[in-house]
Design a protein around this ligand. Structure first.
Ligand code: DDH
Length: 284
């Protein structure tokens, strides 16, 4: 018979995409020298719009490509990550945006020293009609009830919430994006459990400044916590989980890998996936 024009892609093909994403992450002069944090945030914001009741949102359709969703306040600054991903898309035009962006999140975690995140391809590019309304992502000025409302809507529980929040080991706030300012940890390009350790064991005070209400560490005044971060130790159900992850990085890595692996599949009908079991991609 005729040779098919579109050949089925293998794990090796996706590993090449992984490697290409990994290769370009280091960027001298940008933030702390790496695009990994903003690339991880793109994967999360493209997935975290999911609503389990209506089964809308999530990573399937990569609707942040469109001006309305791209312009949602929570997505300010993610153009940096989308532009970077566009350079990868040019090299591998066959990959869907949803697969590309979620794979980017996997690369960001694994290449900064985090756990192996299970991932598999199958997302398809959607249309403007598939965009979700503004307000589905968390608002950093709020507290524990809001965080639960947002993450329970995606189908997560308290343990998942605390585990996923540990991603703030990476990156920083930008005054020209969210309005918040500064990194959470002293090593914002390595994935570790230090977010929990600092949150619990450092002394925090409100920062006196013109920007949005945020905390600073008393000692160096160089680190920050968001009001939503602080809610993880003022809430009696969240706090013991923070304490556990601060002491036990292995437990954090295990739980983060599971919750984030689930998060990046939100909104993707299972029959769309090209493999029955997710893959473990190799570090580059
Ligand atoms: Fe976050 N995050 N995030 N976050 N996030 C910000 C930066 C980064 C909240 C608010 C902010 C998660 C959860 C929450 C990352 C990953 C994840 C910023 C600053 C705000 C504000 C943005 C800027 O100015 O550039 C809130 C609120 C929550 C919550 O309520 C739980 C989760 C679940 C993740 C994840 O990846 C699993 C990363 C990485 C960054 C750093 C981005 C950068 O450019 O650096």
């Amino acid at each position: 018979g005729a040779v098919s024009a579109t050949t089925e892609k293998t794990k090796e093909d996706y590993q090449k995409v992984y490697n290409a994403i990994a290769e370009g992450l280091d960027k001298e002069g940008y933030d702390d020298g790496s695009l990994a944090p903003v690339v991880l945030r793109l994967a999360w914001h493209s997935s975290g719009t999911y609503d389990k009741e209506t089964k809308t949102g999530g990573s399937n359709y990569a609707t942040m490509r469109f001006p309305a969703e791209g312009g949602h306040g929570a997505n300010a600054g993610l153009i940096v990550a989308r532009d970077y991903m566009e350079t990868i898309k040019k090299q591998f035009p066959w990959i869907s945006y949803g697969d590309l962006w979620t794979l980017g999140g996997v690369v960001a975690v694994q290449e900064t020293g985090g756990p192996t995140i299970p991932w598999r391809p199958g997302r398809i590019d959607g249309f403007e009609i598939n965009q979700t309304p503004d307000g589905r992502l968390p608002d950093a000025s709020q507290g524990a009830k809001h965080i639960r409302d947002i993450f329970y809507r995606m189908g997560f529980n308290d343990r998942d919430i605390v585990a996923l929040s540990g991603a703030h080991a990476l990156g920083r706030g930008h005054t020209d994006r969210s309005g918040y300012d500064g990194p959470w940890t002293f090593s914002p390009v390595s994935f570790s459990n230090s977010f929990y350790d600092l949150l619990l064991n450092d002394a925090w005070q409100w920062r006196k400044w013109k920007g949005p209400a945020q905390y600073e560490d008393k000692k160096t005044k160089s680190l920050m916590m968001l009001p939503t971060d602080m809610a993880l130790i003022t809430d009696p159900k969240f706090k013991p989980i923070v304490q556990e992850y601060a002491k036990d990085e292995e437990a954090f890595f295990r739980d983060f890998a599971k919750a984030f692996g689930t998060m990046i599949e939100l909104g993707v009908p299972v029959e769309q996936f090209k493999t029955k079991e997710p893959w473990n991609m190799d570090t580059a």
